[in-house]
Design a binder for this molecule. Sequence first.
Ligand SMILES: *Cc1c(COP(=O)(O)O)cnc(C)c1O
Length: 426
Amino acid sequence: MNERDYNIETLCVQAGWTPKTGEPRVLPIYQSTTFKYDTSDAMGRLFDLEDSGYFYTRLQNPTNDYVADKIRALEGGVAAMLTSSGQAANYYAVFNIAEAGDHVIMSSKVYGGTFNLLTATMKKMGVECSVVDPDAPIEEINALFKPNTKCVLAESIANPAVVVLDFEKFANAAHSHGVPLIVDNTFPTPINCRPFEWGADIVTHSTTKYMDGHAMCVGGAIVDSGNFDWEKYADKYPGLTTPDESYHGIVYTQKFGKAAYITKATSQLMRDLGSIQAPQNAFLLNVGLETLHLRVPRHCENALAVAKYLKSHEKVAWVTYPGLPDDKYHALAQKYMPNGTCGVLCFGIKGGRQASIDFMDKLKLICIVTHVADARSCVLHPASHTHRQMTDEQLLEAGVQPDLIRFSVGIENADDIIADLEQALA
Ligand SMILES: *Cc1c(COP(=O)(O)O)cnc(C)c1O
């Protein structure tokens, strides 16, 4: 299908797998680790990256690639790949262009797993990370760049702080220093925000969240806009612009053009680190994607109703939701995601940490789970769950108030969600 002829809703349903005559209407699961060739030479050419084709599912699998291609179309990129998790997506996205001795810059308001990945695990691998408040003036961001800075990483809507990124500020800072901006677009999804239209060069996803939408499969994706000119900064990205000795001396930018970044991530990182998504999971992810355009607006509609309700309740201390007109990030949300933000909001109960815990224990319909962004409403109290080891002081430093409840509003009837909140607050 020619994706330019269709709206994003149609791409959700039909992009990716487009059967030819006589082929299955539904995306097949290629449940096979391996692929057959008639001659030794035919297979050899695949290993030389001379021909494209499948040989072993640790590197690539057709089911995965059809689903990656749908996500690519939704984001408006040129190439994409699936990974086994959102963590693997962010790891590969950065490690594909930053290695030992390099430096990266990251927004301080990102998912805890991403924060650890960059500041602890990748630090052990020799990649240094500077962290900056996403609300900092551009001068402060500019001051962090060094000659060995390789990328800037941020989230379009931060999990759990629901901070909306000023894309243009971050893209300007990155591009004026000749490095790409990587944006984790998990929370708004391409239904509400398309980071490439605002200067992002690479987009990552935890498909575990809204894209799957049903809390069935952990997964991730990386999409390349094809807009970053690696050759222009060839000295900075030798992995893309000089011969890869582990592939018979091919130069990714010369051989693959706009697909260079994703081809390198597949042929080096997937080959050596192996964080492939299971084809079964990719199939289920695709089922989720077919209704993404229906679910995301409903999540947002319900979240706004719930945010307004909580805001007006006397026992609620505070509510953060960028969809609320008086929210600190409402103006940025209006600019970058005018149709809606996401279904996640944060709030605190008057009485602090213990009052928030007591409230959560009273909920019936809304469940306590370590998850966000699926069809079922759920809550998490970072101070007693994901950030349990921290004191109140350390929590505040990490931007997590001790009473903060992260509320992922589902697609049930909003009246039923509010009724559950009502009885628990009572
Ligand atoms: C959940 C999440 C991740 C990590 O994804 P997994 O699929 O759990 O590995 C990364 N970024 C954001 C914004 C997330 O919400």
